[in-house]
Design a protein around this ligand. Structure first.
Ligand code: SF4
Length: 280
C-alpha cells in the first residue's frame, strides 16, 4: 500500500508558539492554570500536566497564581476577572485569532452589524463574540433566515471553519442584506490543510486524519475528505487503526490537524505500513 502524506503536517505556527510559551511559563511561574486543555491532543496534555500545568473549567475555580491563555484566546470578561483576582496573565492567544478580534471591532466601529460565523460553544468564538457585544452568531445558511433586518452587515469567521461553508453563508447574506462586508478570517494554516485534504482525497481510497476528537479543524478535514469520495477515519493515535480499513487498498492518505505533533503522525504512518505489510 502506498501512503500519501499531506504536505502540511504537525503543529500550525499558532500552536507551536503557544506550546513554546507554555514550556517557558511552567518553568518560570508558580501554579500555572489554563482554562481548557492546552491543545486538542491527549498526549501533549498529559505531558504538560506532568510539568505542573493545571486545567480548570472557569476562572472562578482558580485562586491566584498564573493564568495561561492558550491559542484560542479567552473572552474579555475572563481577562478582567483574572486581573481582579490579582492573577498574573500570560497571553498566548494565536496572532491569527487576535486578528479576528481586531477585524470585528473595526467593522463595528464602521457601523456594520457584526455576524460571527462559527460554533458559538467553541472557546475561540466565545472570545470573538466578547469583543463585539450584540453580534449575531450563526453556523449555517439556514440560520440567516432568522436574522433581523440591518442596513449593513460585517462578517468574520472562526479561524478553523470550512472555507466552502463560509462562502455559502456570505452568498446567502448578500442576497438578504444591501451591504455585506465579509473578512475571510480562516487562518492560512487551516486554508492550506483544507486545500490539501480536498486534493489528496481524490488521489486515495482511504484517508486517515490524526487529531484530537474535540479539534474542530481535524473534524472538518475528515468531513472534507469524505465529501471528496475517500473513506475517511478521524483517529487520535496509531492504536485506533483497524487492519480491515486497509484491506485491498492500494493508496491511502495521511494528514493531521493543527494541534497534532509531527511525531504522532510518524507513529501512525509506521503503524499503517505495518498493517499493510501484514495484509500482503
Ligand atoms: S489553527 Fe490557525 S488560528 Fe488556530 S492556532 Fe493554528 S494558526 Fe492559529
Amino acid at each position: 500500500m502506498q501512503i500519501k502524506k499531506a504536505k502540511t503536517q504537525g503543529f500550525c505556527f499558532g500552536v507551536a508558539i503557544t506550546l513554546k510559551k507554555a514550556e517557558e511559563t511552567v518553568a518560570s511561574h508558580e501554579s500555572v492554570t489554563t482554562l481548557g486543555h492546552i491543545v486538542h491532543n491527549p498526549q501533549m496534555v498529559a505531558s504538560f500536566e506532568e510539568k505542573g500545568l493545571r486545567n480548570a473549567h472557569s476562572v472562578d475555580e482558580v485562586e491566584g497564581g498564573t493564568l495561561f491563555v492558550r491559542a484560542h484566546g479567552l473572552p474579555v470578561e475572563v481577562f478582567e476577572k483574572a486581573a481582579q483576582k490579582g492573577m498574573t496573565i500570560v497571553d498566548a492567544t494565536c496572532p491569527m485569532v487576535t486578528k479576528i478580534h481586531v477585524q470585528a471591532e473595526k467593522l463595528r466601529a464602521d457601523g456594520y452589524k457584526i455576524v460571527v460565523v462559527g460554533d458559538p460553544n467553541h472557546p475561540e468564538v466565545k472570545g470573538t463574540l466578547s469583543h463585539v457585544p450584540g453580534a449575531w452568531s450563526i453556523q449555517t445558511p439556514e440560520d440567516i433566515d432568522a436574522l433581523p433586518r440591518a442596513s449593513k452587515v460585517g462578517v468574520v469567521v472562526q479561524s478553523t471553519w470550512s472555507g466552502a461553508g463560509f462562502t455559502e453563508i456570505v452568498q446567502k447574506l448578500s442576497s438578504k442584506y444591501y451591504e455585506v462586508r465579509a473578512v475571510n478570517t480562516i487562518c492560512t494554516d487551516t486554508h492550506n490543510r483544507q486545500s490539501e485534504a480536498a486534493q489528496l482525497a481524490k488521489e486515495v481510497e482511504v484517508m486517515v486524519v490524526v487529531g484530537g476528537k474535540t479539534s474542530a479543524n481535524t473534524k472538518h478535514l475528515a468531513d472534507l475528505a469524505a465529501t471528496q469520495g475517500a473513506r475517511s477515519y478521524h483517529i487520535e493515535g496509531p492504536e485506533e487503526l483497524q487492519p480491515q480499513w486497509f484491506e485491498n487498498v492500494r493508496v491511502a492518505g495521511l494528514m493531521s490537524g493543527a494541534s497534532t505533533p509531527g511525531w504522532l503522525v510518524d507513529q501512525v504512518e509506521a503503524q499503517m505500513e505495518a498493517l499493510s505489510r501484514r495484509a500482503s
